[in-house]
Structures are given as structure tokens and as C-alpha cells.
Design a protein around this ligand. Structure first.
Ligand code: MIG
Length: 716
């Protein structure tokens, strides 16, 4: 074992000869150390780490996963999986995010940089033991230290690199469905948003825009004159976001297929022939995204759509999902034939059923294909978790070549630590279940801790039918998630904001309008988090160190100023909330109505009608608000409103930039530092602005501990 210090806060332990994952972008200097700090290590052909947890230790992290923010009590497997049934027994979802933090007697983070399967048994088998199993002995383990949770995360984000920044319009509301089948249907959806005056920035194109599910093709029949259509929709105020799948259809004369075969860009089978699996289009090959040449080639393919005016994509099925292979199919059919004339008892019948159910995403298939990494042939199973990550990296690197200073919207289904530099993630095929709103709430800070800030769930739920109330309550949470997208599956009830009754439509509309009004704050907090290596959604324990704050799983801090307490139970007209300190409650029905209430620290019952969204402003913090508009680009930011809860003095740093380029990296952005000091019954406001050419006025509502409001306006 070799150890390195990346800096004094991060120690890297290298075992054997790991495959380079590029998860960590910082090099370090070699030092000598024995054993792994905090852990007991068992080293052989495989590696096991164990840590004895204190009674009250909390374990945070693991990104996209089931169960609580506190991962204790569960067992998890990092193995990117296309599993559309997110029940709490599931050990893997689409992402492999091997970073967790112990918050207890010791405080530290651990990152297992290993691209194959890793098991995290967090007090499941032995209630006081965290045990990590890695089925190999070529890997890197990182121990990350810091004086607080925030600092540990910062030190981790610092070694995995700068987070993805989408264009500003990608913070607008987005509408998806599998599928809007044709240009006519897409336009109808767009027109409904316009007709009902509901803001929306993007409409998605799911797999049916393609010709026979072939990547980088467009159905002439359903989307004729695509380029003109994209232009027309943009004029109306909507961007179109096509899906790209990992599998490339095997079809003679299809250029992507032909080029891939000719140049050896596909994954290989044991006979060194392109590996065949079946997904949407039937039989496909998988591009070998671990090969830089294949990555370059695939990344530049996005140009075809970019040349049509497309500015955003979502990468799907990149675990990679496999419906079946010939190997699996043959085996299942043989098994069925064998049993054809048998009298099936429970065991034989179940084994028959299983041989078909287990056709999809089968481990034996994942073990039967190969990548070429630096000229070496590597079995897929060993590097499984790098696949979606590198597909998405291919896209992002392609964009950089196609339009170097332009931001694109991009998010992926499968991911690995480090992919956050290239894109966001969405959390895949959830259900229209109330439980999944809560899961969404818990997952967001876990994803943030692993670097994925631009994320969100299918609002309203993907599988099964949603009712109006579910879409309302879910939207009332999603309005805070950087990716705010409503999406639903084929065959399910429509769940666009205007799919229900008039009253529900108006509630969802007001919710979306609030999102647009909050955009100055949301964007500012998102960008500051990226730049300063902070996170956007955090558990309460990141700011409050009382014991209760560590246990709260259904409230979140959003940026620096806000705490939210979403309602996630059907028919509930309120909920309990815990306030670690006095806060200012703004219960919003229509964002133009401003009435506030000081809520004292402690446990409170909060009434929340279906049309209401509770927002808590923390003590000595501010919320900056703008106005809604039909889409992000038409927002008028000439005058902003500031709601401040001031008992003493408050400071807020407002950030803004052009929203479309990377010029902010060269220091081109707006920064307004707002300070408010309480002076007897009045306030002194200081505003210091640089790079601002938009905002002319700030209107303040300053509220004190007794709820007294002082209004002021400052010209800038
Ligand atoms: O097997 O493209 O998660 O969002 O609508 C389903 C169709 C394939 C899975 C994605 C979902 C998308 C769907 N895709």
C-alpha cells in the first residue's frame, strides 16, 4: 500500500494497480503511513474495511440511494442499476456514489475510488459496525478530514473538481413525458403553457423523436423539418431537449453503427467481436466510452442535433441497461423447453419465471463484455460504474469542442463520483407515490454531498398515475430543486400542470411562478456553491449542531438563507416542523402577497393548506426575490425584493452572471453585497455592487424578532 497526502486534509491510500477513474483531479505527494486511519483493514484478494460506530454516530452520503439521509441501518451496493421499482429494499439505484461521512465520535469522510461493485453495510449485519467490502484489491481509498461536516464536504469537493454549471434557462420549469410523439403534440403542449400563462422553459423529446430508436436520427414522419421546428419553438419561448440512449442500433448503413464497427469503438465480446445486447431498438452495440477515441467520436455526434438548434440533452439507459442478450435468451428458452412437459411445482415454476425475469440487467451479461483501456482489455464487470459517467463525459467534452464558451443543459441517469464536473443527474424512474416525495427530499442533500448539485426527480412521479394533490405537493418541493422537471411514463395519466381541475391548475401555476420569482436566490446560491465548493441542499446539521438537528430527515436547508419543510403526506393540511432557532415564516400562496410570521425555536405544528408553500428565512439572513415571467430569458430583474429577518445584523452576497457562457470564470459576473444593521428601531443598509448593469432598485422588507416590518428602498 502506498499513501499520499493530497493536502493535510486528504490522505489517499493506494492498493495494487487501480484503473484510473478520473474521479479525483488533484495529485498529491507521497508520504509514509501505516494502515488506514479510523478503519480496521483486512487485505487479501479482496478488501474489507470496518469501523466501530458510536451509539449516536450518523452516516451521511452515498448519493443516489434508498432509505434515509442517515444511512445507518441499511446495506447498499454500488452497482449502477436500471431498476424502475425504487422500494426501500433495493440496494442499488442508477448511481455509484461511494462517498460517506461519519458524524459522531470521529468526524471524517471516506471515498472508495473503485469502479466495480462495492458493498456498504452500515450497521445492517452488525448494528454498530460500518463494513465496506470491495471485491478486488486494486483501488484507492481516500480519508477526508475537516472540523465540521461542511468542511469535510468542501475538502472532498476540492479534490473531485469544479461542479457542472448549466445555462440559466435550465433553472426554469421543464416539462417532459414519454413521449410527446410528434411535433404537433409538442407544440400543443407548448401552446397550453402559453394559453394558461404557466411559465416553462423546456419541453423534452423522449425516444419517439428518433427513427427506430436510433441515436442521432430524427423521425422525418413525426418531426418533419426538425431544424425549423426547433427554431419555431424557441421563438415561442421553449427549448427542446432530446434524449440520447447508450445502445447503438445494429443496422446496415446506419452511420453511427458503421463508423463504430469500422473504428473499433464498440465494447467487445469474448471473441473480440462487437458485443451484442438488446435494448430499445432491438439488438445494439455499446460504444466503449472508456476508450478516449470512442468518447471523442460519440461526443461529436451530438453536433448533428446542436446544428439543428438543440441546447440540451439527457443521457439515458447508460448503466448500461440491457433488456436481454442472445446468451441469456438462449438459456431461458432452453430452460423453458426442458420444463415444457413437466408438472411444475412451486420451485420449478419459480425457476422458470426467474429465468425470464432475470434476463434483464443480468450480471452474467455484464461479465461477458470488454473495454479497451490504454490498449488493455478489461472486463466490463470490473469497471461497470464508469460507463454512464463516461458517456456523459463524452457529451460534455464534445460540447466543449463544438461551442467552447457555451453552456449546455446535460444530465445523466447513471453516474459515478466525478461525473458532476460534466453534468447533472436525475433520479430515474420513481413512482407517483407519496413515499417518493420524501425519498426525493432525503436524496437531494445526499447527492449534493457527492458533488451532484444540478439534480432533481421526476416531479409528479414517473410510473403509475398521479392525482392532482400529489403533483401539487411534489411541485411545491421541486420548485427548490435546481432541476425542476415534471415527467411521466408511457401509459400513465397525464400530469402536466393543466391536466387536472381548474383549482389544481392554478395552484401548480402559482407554484411554478414562485419558482421563477425565487430564481435570483436559487441561481445565486447554486453558483456560489459551485464556486466556493459548498452544497446547495444540506441537512440541518450542516448549520446547527444541536442533537435534534442531526435527526431531522424531512426538512432541508436551501442555500444560505432558507429552511424548507415540504408536505409529503396525502391529505395532510399541515405538518410538524423543528426549528433550531427562531425563524421568519413566509407562507406563500401567491408570491406577490407578503405576510410574515416569526416562529419561535422548537417543535411546532404548521398548518399548510394545499395551495400554500412554507418558506423559513433563517435568523439574520435574507431572501432575494424577483418577478416571474413566461420563461427565464424574459425575466425583468430591474427591481428586486429582499425579505430580511434581522435581529442584529445580516449579510447576503447576491451573485449573477450572463447565464450562458463560462465568462464568470474570468471574473465577469455581478456581485452585490447587502448588509443590514439594526440600529434601535431602524436599520442601516449598505449595498456594495460590482459588475451590475441590470438591477436598479432593491426593495426591502426587514422584519424583526417581534414581526415588525420596516420597508425601505435602495437605489443602486
Ligand atoms: O426503459 O425513454 O428513465 O425517463 O422516459 C425506459 C423512455 C427508458 C427510462 C428513463 C425514462 C424515459 C424512458 N427510459
Amino acid at each position: 500500500m502506498i499513501t499520499y497526502a493530497i493536502n493535510e486534509k486528504v490522505i489517499k491510500y493506494r492498493f495494487g494497480h487501480p484503473i484510473c477513474t478520473d474521479a479525483v483531479v488533484k495529485a498529491g505527494i507521497e508520504i509514509k503511513k501505516k494502515g488506514i486511519e479510523f478503519f480496521q483493514l483486512e487485505e487479501g484478494k479482496t478488501i474489507k474495511l470496518s469501523y466501530k460506530m458510536g451509539d449516536d454516530d450518523i452516516v451521511l452520503g452515498l448519493g443516489e440511494n434508498q432509505r434515509g439521509m442517515n444511512k445507518r441501518g441499511g446495506i447498499y451496493e454500488s452497482f449502477c442499476s436500471d431498476d424502475p421499482l425504487h422500494t426501500s429494499d433495493k440496494k442499488s439505484l442508477y448511481g455509484a456514489h461511494n462517498f460517506l461521512i461519519i458524524d459522531g465520535v470521529d468526524k471524517f469522510g471516506v471515498f472508495i475510488d473503485y469502479p466495480g461493485k462495492v458493498i456498504f453495510d452500515i450497521g445492517f449485519t452488525y448494528k454498530d459496525y460500518l463494513e465496506i467490502f470491495i471485491g478486488d484489491n486494486d483501488l484507492d481509498i481516500y480519508i477526508i478530514k475537516g472540523n465540521s461536516l461542511k468542511e469535510i464536504v468542501k475538502n472532498f469537493l476540492n479534490i473531485i473538481g469544479d461542479g457542472y454549471v448549466p445555462p440559466k434557462w435550465a433553472f426554469g420549469y421543464q416539462q417532459c413525458r414519454w413521449s410527446y410523439q410528434s411535433a404537433i403534440e409538442v407544440e400543443k403542449i407548448a401552446d397550453s403553457f402559453l394559453k394558461y400563462d404557466i411559465p416553462c422553459d423546456a419541453i423534452y423529446l423522449d425516444i419517439d423523436y428518433m427513427e427506430d430508436f436510433k441515436d442521432f436520427t430524427i423521425s422525418e414522419e413525426r418531426f418533419p423539418n426538425f431544424k425549423d421546428f426547433v427554431k419555431k419553438m424557441k421563438k415561442k419561448g421553449f427549448r427542446l431537449i432530446p434524449i440520447i440512449d447508450a445502445g447503438v442500433k445494429i443496422e446496415k448503413d446506419y452511420d453511427v453503427y458503421e463508423e463504430g464497427v469500422k473504428n473499433n469503438y464498440f465494447c467487445l465480446d469474448e471473441n473480440e467481436k462487437p458485443f451484442v445486447a438488446a435494448v430499445w431498438p432491438g439488438r445494439v452495440h455499446f460504444p466503449d466510452f472508456l476508450n478516449p477515441n470512442a468518447r471523442r467520436w460519440f461526443g461529436l455526434k451530438y453536433k448533428l442535433l446542436i446544428d439543428c438548434g438543440i441546447e440540451g440533452f439527457w443521457n439515458d439507459m447508460n448503466e448500461p441497461a440491457i433488456f436481454y442478450t442472445d446468451r441469456g435468451l438462449k438459456k431461458a428458452i432452453a430452460h423453458a423447453k426442458e420444463l415444457e412437459n413437466e408438472n411444475l411445482d412451486i420451485y420449478t415454476f419459480f425457476s422458470l419465471k426467474d429465468s425470464f425475469i432475470k434476463l434483464s440487467n443480468n450480471i452474467d451479461d455484464y461479465k461477458s463484455f470488454y473495454h479497451t483501456i490504454d490498449g488493455e482489455i478489461v472486463n466490463h464487470y470490473k469497471v461497470h460504474n464508469l460507463y454512464g459517467y463516461n458517456m456523459t463525459r463524452a457529451a460534455s467534452e464534445g460540447f466543449k469542442k463544438i461551442a467552447p464558451n457555451k453552456r449546455f443543459l446535460l444530465f445523466s441517469r447513471a453516474s459515478y463520483i466525478g461525473m458532476h464536473r460534466y453534468s447533472g443527474v436525475w433520479t430515474g424512474d420513481n413512482h407517483s407515490w407519496w413515499e417518493h416525495i420524501l425519498l426525493n427530499i432525503k436524496m437531494m442533500p445526499s447527492l449534493n454531498i457527492c458533488g451532484f448539485l444540478y439534480s432533481g426527480a421526476d416531479t409528479g412521479g414517473f410510473n403509475e398515475d398521479a392525482n392532482a394533490q400529489l403533483v401539487i405537493r411534489w411541485s411545491q418541493f421541486s420548485l427548490f430543486t435546481p432541476l425542476f422537471r415534471n415527467h411521466s411514463a408511457m401509459g400513465t395519466r397525464n400530469q402536466e400542470p393543466f391536466s387536472f381541475d381548474e383549482e389544481s391548475k392554478n395552484i401548480i401555476k402559482n407554484t411554478i411562478k414562485l419558482r421563477y420569482a425565487l430564481l435570483p436566490y436559487i441561481y445565486s446560491e447554486y453558483m456560489k456553491a459551485i464556486i466556493n465548493k459548498d452544497i446547495y441542499f444540506s441537512p440541518l446539521s450542516f448549520e446547527y449542531d444541536d442533537e435534534m438537528s442531526k435527526r431531522v430527515e424531512n426538512q432541508l436547508l436551501v442555500g444560505d438563507s432558507l429552511m424548507i419543510s415540504p408536505v409529503y403526506e396525502e391529505n395532510a393540511k399541515g405538518r410538524y416542523v423543528y426549528l433550531p432557532e427562531d425563524m421568519l415564516l413566509w407562507k406563500v400562496e401567491d408570491y406577490n402577497d407578503r405576510s410574515y410570521q416569526v416562529v419561535k425555536a422548537g417543535h411546532r405544528y404548521l398548518e399548510v393548506d394545499f395551495s400554500e408553500i412554507p418558506i423559513f428565512i433563517r435568523k439574520n439572513k435574507m431572501l432575494v426575490l424577483g418577478k416571474s415571467a413566461k420563461n427565464v430569458e424574459s425575466i425583468d430583474n430591474g427591481e428586486l425584493h429582499v425579505i430580511a429577518f434581522v435581529t442584529d445584523k445580516a449579510k447576503y452576497i447576491y451573485y449573477d452572471d450572463d447565464g450562458k457562457s463560462y465568462d464568470y470564470k474570468r471574473g465577469i459576473y455581478t456581485q452585490i453585497v447587502i448588509e443590514i444593521y439594526k440600529q434601535h428601531e431602524d436599520y442601516y443598509i449598505n449595498v456594495d455592487s460590482t459588475g451590475n448593469d441590470q438591477i436598479e432598485k432593491l426593495h426591502f422588507d426587514i422584519v424583526d424578532i417581534n414581526g415588525k416590518i420596516v420597508k425601505k428602498t435602495v437605489n443602486i
